[in-house]
Design a protein around this ligand. Sequence first.
Ligand SMILES: NC(=O)C1=CN([C@@H]2O[C@H](COP(=O)(O)OP(=O)(O)OC[C@H]3O[C@@H](n4cnc5c(N)ncnc54)[C@H](O)[C@@H]3O)[C@@H](O)[C@H]2O)C=CC1
Ligand SMILES: O=C(O)C(=O)[C@H](O)COP(=O)(O)O
Length: 374
Amino acid sequence: MKIYYEDSLPYAAEFFAGLGDSQVFSHKDVNAELVADADVLLVRSTTKVNAALLDANKAIKYVGTATAGTNHLDKAYLQSRGLAVHSAAGCNAVAVAEYVLSALFVMAEKLDWQLTDKTVGIVGAGHVGTRLSEKLTALGIQYYLCDPPLADAGDSRDFVTMDTIMQCDIISLHVPLIEGGKYNTEHMFDTSRIAQLREDQLLINACRGEVIDNKALLASFVAGRKLNIVLDVWENEPDIDQALVPYIALATAHIAGHTVEGKARGTEMLYQQVCEQFGFDATKKLSDYLPSPQPNCINLDETLEGQALLSALVLSVYDIRMDSAQFKSTIAQPDQFRYIRKNYSIRREFAALSVNTGNYPGSEAIYALGFNRK
Ligand SMILES: NC(=O)C1=CN([C@@H]2O[C@H](COP(=O)(O)OP(=O)(O)OC[C@H]3O[C@@H](n4cnc5c(N)ncnc54)[C@H](O)[C@@H]3O)[C@@H](O)[C@H]2O)C=CC1
Ligand SMILES: O=C(O)C(=O)[C@H](O)COP(=O)(O)O
């Protein structure tokens, strides 16, 4: 069995060793000839899987993306080939939720906000939206969920409309890119909805760039609007409209899901699917490979309390300002968007770390955020 995997799948060599003839390929130059005899094809979001890539391949039996989003897979084409759409849904949901928390604490400091006085509108209540809601609950921050597909499907949670979401102090977008139809998300934030944004609101997009009309957003800024925007994803990646970058409060290169665990869990999930489909025992697990974080225990700064203490803790694990500063200072360099994504530094999830909470009275909130007890 010939297994072809993209070079940006961490631990793929380890997981797929022994399952067949494994072959790594560069995400930069994947083409139909390279994968013409693949039985199994494993990719991430930058490889488009469609007729152009697979028509010449008559052997393919499994295609999987080690990511949550699947908009880079031509689902109709795969269905026409009798192939299921395999993804790693949820693999990096915690990573994105923790990215959003870092952005919230940084923007709260910039805007002099007490987050427990604010409301968060979560658009898309799937894996990421749900993890984010759990972390907001741990922080005592009120949130609302908007997810018409889940509401229509009978999900028992309370959902609100986009009109209510647009009244929230913070709006965080976690929907798939759906182009057209009842649940269209392409340009969900178009000229009209962007015009509704107040200058005392915060909009975060960590799902897909096309969910916000970037041209309309830029036009708003050029017209003098002073909007608070955090973007991890951009239209037309990796060739984004760089004119937009200076206006964005926190700008990153589609790395919200890029914790060590989030990327590696994607590989693990595809390994489990391949083992199931081809009748192998899935004996390997992520913990066999994940390095222990150094240091793995954090001492609280007990000179702080409340939001300041929690902010210091979260930012000690992941400070989005570092990524934003690097992004803004280097994005004009050739191929830089792709370079940042494929060479992203080691960022760990809260669950990899223990916290010595000492006598801090709010320690339960810290554990509810995902940190371990010392
Ligand atoms: N920036 C990054 O690194 C990452 C980005 N993503 C993106 O975020 C998206 C969400 O990730 P997950 O939560 O894991 O996916 P998911 O599929 O678990 O959740 C998406 C939710 O959006 C809902 N939805 C669909 N259309 C909607 C609409 N019109 N209005 C409101 N809700 C709608 C769905 O019902 C679903 O519950 C992914 O599809 C992917 O594009 C995901 C992980 C990492
Ligand atoms: O899982 C998703 O969906 C994402 O957006 C991933 O963060 C994309 O990761 P890469 O494909 O950029 O490695």
